[in-house]
Design a protein around this ligand. Structure first.
Ligand code: AMP
Ligand code: GLY
Length: 419
């Protein structure tokens, strides 16, 4: 079979590696991929949002199956387009991807279906939003409605910050059309948990839970990033919490989407906060998380391609989805300066022994060598019998990779270990 994966980061590298375990796949393409994954798949220089070129490539190569991973092509309707030309896909269609594509939709949806989440107000009029933040409680959370490269959320501690965030989104066009509508919501506290789940619109199978580390620096300091490391499972996510989430959040979500004529098929990501009043949804993502996928798939024992096909064919209830005991950790090696400006183009040196444990996000290949080409360069992954072992192995492996300007967090998993 000929399979293509749309996307190009560490998450896609993890997916590509896992798909490689399936013998039915003879040809595996990744659009655009990156130089670091060229050993496992053929990288094709087509951008993940270039839908016409993606569709043309699928026709030209007679692709049998497509995995659409990033948020933007999903929200733009890549799955509708590909399925329209007869290519079965893993990923939600446009009608279902709105769960991530519009935070206002997601919040109203949760309200309609009594799914626990932070109290909120939606604004389309900047004056009304500015009026509201004059006396709302602080801190307050201001979210651009649409996709904003993970940068659309501001936690404002002061009124000035809240006002500035509203102005930036609604008056200054900081996020383009994504910020024309803004959700302002209650600030919640508690441990955060990411739960990715396979769903075919009827059945939902949660994957092992995980914990992201979003801030750039140790001790959860510095700017928000796309994620500096992950561990799985998440120790705060006990079996009792998992049961509660299934009943109060996961099942009402897929049933609600189906009832509204938007059955969700693919990987649904629940960003949860375990508050004193129970688990609440912080956000939905319509896709695998990055870098959650790197640790979750490290523990997946079942064949990923088989599960994906079961999702597409709406027979997930028959599929086996098994995870290994033990734990996994991923430490992201980034370019100094990320998530702001950074230099790139530095050679990445590594031992051959460590290479199989690296998932590349921002790497370019030239004359058989790899060079940094992004803010997040790669993730170093390890499994262990428990979290402590996984982390110590991951950090040992970090020592076997070098590039100029490298930086990483030294405290990935620390909070989880203390839990
Ligand atoms: P997001 O871009 O939606 O993933 O949000 C980024 C981060 O902002 C989340 O991972 C949370 O840490 C934080 N956040 C979002 N919403 C809230 C909230 N209502 N209360 C507290 N923190 C929040
Ligand atoms: N790790 C967070 C995300 O994928 O959105």
């Amino acid at each position: 079979m000929k399979v293509m994966v749309i996307g190009g980061g560490g998450r896609e590298h993890a997916i590509v590696k896992k798909l490689r375990e399936n013998r039915e796949i003879d040809e595996l393409y990744v659009l655009p991929g990156n130089g670091g994954m060229a050993r496992e798949a053929t990288c094709v220089p087509i951008g993940a949002t270039d839908l016409p070129a993606i569709a043309a490539f699928a026709r030209e190569k007679a692709i049998d199956y497509a995995v659409v991973t990033p948020d933007d092509p999903l929200v733009l309707g890549a799955v509708d387009l590909l399925e329209g030309q007869g290519v079965p896909c893993f990923g939600p269609n446009k009608a279902a991807a709105i769960l991530e594509g519009s935070k206002a939709f997601a919040k109203d949806f949760m309200a309609r279906h009594h799914i626990p989440t932070a109290a909120y107000r939606t604004f389309t009029d900047p004056e009304a939003a500015l009026e509201y933040v004059k006396d709302c409680s602080l801190p307050t959370v201001i979210k651009a409605d649409g996709l904003a490269l993970g940068k659309g959320v501001v936690i404002a501690e002061t009124r000035q910050d809240a006002e500035a965030a509203v102005r930036a989104a609604m008056c200054e066009g900081k996020f383009g059309r994504s910020g024309e509508t803004v959700v302002i919501e209650e600030f919640l506290t508690g441990p955060e948990v990411s739960v990715l789940a396979f769903t075919d619109g009827k059945t939902l199978v949660p994957m092992v839970s995980s914990m992201d580390h979003k801030r750039a620096l140790d001790g959860d300091k510095g700017l928000n990033t796309g994620g500096m490391g992950t561990v799985a499972p998440n120790p705060f996510y006990t079996e009792a919490v998992a049961r509660q989430c299934m009943e109060e959040i996961f099942l009402p979500t897929i049933r609600g989407m189906a009832a509204e004529g938007r059955p969700f098929k693919g990987c649904l990501y629940f960003g949860l906060m375990l508050t004193e009043k129970g688990p609440k949804v912080i956000e939905y993502n319509c896709r695998f998380g990055d870098p959650e996928t790197q640790v979750v798939l490290a523990l997946l024992e079942s064949d990923l391609f088989t599960v994906m096909q079961a999702v597409t064919e709406e027979r997930l209830s028959e599929a086996e989805v098994r995870f290994a005991d033990g734990a996994a950790a991923c430490v992201i090696l980034a370019s100094q300066g990320y998530p702001l400006a950074y230099e790139k183009g530095f050679e990445i040196s590594m031992t051959e022994a460590v290479r199989p444990h690296l998932l590349f996000a921002g790497a370019k290949e030239k004359d058989g060598k790899l060079y940094t080409s992004g803010g997040r360069v790669l993730g170093v992954v390890a499994r262990g019998k428990d979290l402590r072992e996984a982390l110590s192995l991951a950090y040992e492996r970090v020592e076997q990779v070098h590039f100029e300007n490298e930086f990483y967090r030294r405290d990935i998993g620390k909070r989880a270990l203390e839990a």
